[in-house]
Ligand binder design. Structure first.
Ligand code: B12
Length: 214
């Protein structure tokens, strides 16, 4: 029998929202690890579709359909994860997260947000395409322990560097941890721009940020 993760991956690759929802319902009913199915199922399917797009084998409407199928499943799984997260005390501190200015990609950022919440952070999700000055303002007002930005495009990655400078200019850079992520972002890029933490995926973000506060 195929694992639910494999079914989740195949359902996204088939652009089939009915199937992704069906898999999500079974994940909940069968008490399978939601995190596991998101990371090893739905996300893998999305990555495969991305690779097909890069190889010009599928086109933008396919990506939009795959994203819609994944989001339909996430709409069901997120409240379930939140229920699990409600048991966590949020005692690890406040964490702001957003997709950076110019970037509307939000699926990965939202997964990271929910996983950090489940791990015990008090997460404030500022949304997508968030202006740099809005991010700085939110940091000034909300005084989080950290701020995470997602960049899925080479054209928006550069804003992560500008944000570092703007936080310095605002005099608050040393009062928080900066965490960068997104498919084109690497440890090398984080080092180059002076970001504190690079995370490859949601589990990595949870592990590294938890280690920082503990
Ligand atoms: C889905 C998708 C879309 C969807 C987005 C839907 C949505 N609501 O998010 C739609 C169709 C809207 C879209 C639009 C566009 N897209 Co697009 N898209 C993708 C695609 C196929 C998958 C992204 C995805 O969701 N992956 C699944 C998630 C789970 O993975 P993830 O995002 O990488 O997130 C994980 C990690 O990166 C990390 N992470 C992510 N964020 C963060 C943040 C923090 C703080 C941390 C710690 C970790 C972290 O953890 C996540 C979980 O594991 C990628 C291809 C790819 N290879 O990435 C292209 C891709 C990113 N898109 C691309 C482009 C060009 C565009 C458009 C400009 C297309 C167009 N011509 O209009 C527009 C962008 C408009 C804009 N201003 O942003 C390019 C970017 C090229 C580049 N190098 O700059 C890519 C790489 C495709 C390609 N090869 O050409 N896209």
């Amino acid at each position: 029998m195929e694992s639910l993760s494999e079914e989740a991956k195949q359902a996204v690759m088939a652009y089939d929202a009915k199937k992704t929802v069906d898999v999500a319902k079974r994940v909940i009913a069968e008490k399978v690890s939601i995190v596991d199915v998101i990371e090893n199922g739905f996300t893998k399917g999305m990555t495969e579709v991305g690779a097909l797009y890069e190889a010009k084998k599928v086109f933008l409407p396919h990506i939009m359909a795959a994203a819609a199928a994944m989001n339909a499943a996430m709409d069901l799984l997120t409240p379930e994860l939140e229920k699990q997260g409600a048991k966590a005390s949020e005692g690890l501190g406040k964490f702001l997260i957003c997709s950076i200015e110019g970037d509307i990609h939000s699926i990965g950022k939202d997964i990271v947000a929910i996983m950090l919440k489940v791990a015990g952070f008090s997460v404030v999700n500022l949304g997508r395409d968030v202006a740099l000055k809005e991010i700085v303002k939110a940091c000034e007002e909300q005084k989080p322990m950290g701020v995470g930005t997602s960049a899925l495009m080479t054209s928006t990655m550069v804003h992560q560097k500008t944000l570092e400078e703007m936080l310095k200019n605002a005099g608050i850079r040393d009062s928080l941890i900066t965490n960068v992520g997104g498919a084109p972002v690497t440890q090398h890029w984080a080092d180059e721009i002076g970001a504190d933490v690079y995370s490859e995926n949601a589990s990595d973000a949870v592990n590294k940020l938890t280690a920082v506060v503990r």
